[in-house]
Ligand binder design. Structure first.
Ligand code: IFM
Length: 445
């Protein structure tokens, strides 16, 4: 194992159901909000959808083999709620659970630990008809869904994540309106946040009830460590507000601190409704916090930009991927901060990766030097955090495969494996080959 990573450090790759599975009308799967949203003209840059994506539903055996070839120790995948409960609640669709059961068995047979995520954004459309995450009943339905999955897979899956990037669900989906269900309303976004967190708490309780005690349960948040554009009070205050909006609105209630007071005041009448016991439910003990990290944020004060009064400022000194600024040191900053300011027992980097608009070259290989450099620089920051005492247990590269990148469709590629969508051929990019060699300890950072 490469220094300073301990021998039990987990090296993996991550995906999500809607982004890779395809087969949206097979095996009794119900409609999801992303199936519906993708049909809205202009919602997806190239007019595409998650069907057939990488056709992973039919090709998972081949993809598990690919993971084994790379020497991955773990695979982080999400279960599609509408495959398990096509209408969101009620009768369980056993064919949906059978599919994940086969996937889990194939992973275990290949010596790869399954890390299962319950919700990566594909809410059953039927629940959206009742208000989706704006409705408290959706959080109850999530607990029932959790139970159905836990009862079936709890004997074989050791790592469970309730939600992935609830900030994206709440704000991209309900405030900026660029993700499903395409709502643009602050009250709804804040109420959705609360119901997502509440469903996490109820989900953790269900998992503790149904699973063996040694099973690890957590949640994955996305982070943008925030820096002021200039060293002046107005920008420092703007950075604190953006941090409250992006990080602490989720972190603090999960850590038992309730919603940050200054954000509660700033949101005024838009703050969510809740029951007296909710904050205790949200603050369930978790075994790990998943850290999804792609970039940091530089912000300036902007009195006209209600409600946060913050403007993001591009940093011309930073190199860029196809869609983000590159700031590896932000990964170390956020890990150190989480370690020093909060009491989570362990961390995984549950997503980290880069998109580029690459193609195979004449020799058939995909020479993605940019991604190789990106992964190396970020893993080096993870190593620094580890050396400084952060209880970091693993690293998952996003993503195993090129896939459906939400509102950007297939216009950019996050995979370490190139997918030719016309033929569904997979080609390991140079970054995958480097990752394989690095894990084996034969390639340096
Ligand atoms: O593709 C997404 C993923 O679904 C959630 N985290 C960020 C990735 C890259 O944008």
């Amino acid at each position: 194992m490469p220094e300073p990573f301990p021998s039990d450090f987990v090296w993996g790759a991550a995906t999500s159901a809607y982004q890779i599975e395809g087969a949206v009308r097979e095996g009794g799967r119900g409609e999801s909000i992303w199936d519906r949203f993708a049909q809205v003209p202009g919602a997806i840059e190239d007019g595409s959808s998650g069907d057939p994506a990488c056709d992973h539903y039919h090709r998972f055996g081949q993809d598990v083999q690919l993971m084994a070839d790379l020497g991955l120790g773990a695979y982080s995948f999400s279960v599609a709620w509408p495959r398990v409960l096509p209408r969101g609640r009620g009768a369980v669709n056993n064919a949906g659970l059978d599919y994940y059961s086969r996937l889990v068995d194939a992973l275990l047979a290949a010596g790869i630990t399954p890390h299962l995520k319950l919700y990566h954004w594909d809410l059953p459309q039927a629940l959206q008809g009742w208000g989706g995450w704006d409705n408290r009943d959706t959080a109850k339905a999530f607990a029932d869904y959790t139970e159905a999955v836990a009862r079936r897979l709890g004997d074989r899956v050791s790592h469970w994540t309730t939600h992935v990037e609830p900030w994206c669900v709440a704000f991209l989906g309900h405030y900026f309106g660029i993700h499903a269900p395409g709502i643009r309303d602050l009250d709804t976004a804040l109420q959705a946040t609360h119901h997502l967190l509440l469903s996490h708490g109820w989900g953790v309780q269900v998992l503790r009830d149904w699973l063996p005690v040694e099973v690890q349960v957590g949640i994955g948040l996305n982070f943008e460590p925030t820096y002021p554009a200039r060293d002046r009070e107005a920008d420092l205050a703007a950075a604190r507000r953006y941090d409250g909006f992006f990080q602490r609105w989720f972190l603090d209630p999960l850590a038992g601190r309730g919603y940050p007071e200054e954000m509660w005041d700033l949101y005024g009448p838009a703050v969510p409704e809740m029951e007296p016991e909710d904050l205790d439910v949200v603050a369930q003990r978790i075994d790990f916090l998943g850290v999804n990290y792609y970039n940091s944020a530089t912000v300036a004060d902007d009195p006209g930009a209600e409600p946060l009064r913050v403007r993001r400022v591009p940093n011309p000194d930073r190199e860029r991927t196809a869609d983000r600024e590159i700031s590896p040191e932000g990964l170390n900053d956020i890990l150190m901060r989480l370690y020093q300011e909060y009491e989570f027992p362990a961390f995984y980097i549950t997503e980290n990766g880069a998109a580029f608009e690459e193609r195979p070259s004449g020799d058939g290989a995909v020479h993605d030097e940019g991604r190789c450099r990106f992964l190396q620089a970020h893993i080096a920051q993870a190593a620094r955090a580890l050396e400084q005492g952060v209880p970091l247990r693993g690293y998952f590269c996003w993503s195993l495969l090129d896939n459906f990148e939400w509102s950007k469709g297939y216009t950019i590629r996050y995979g370490i494996t190139y997918v030719d969508y016309a033929t569904q051929t997979r080609t390991l990019k140079d970054s995958a080959l480097w990752y394989r060699d690095f894990i084996q300890g034969v390639a340096p950072l």
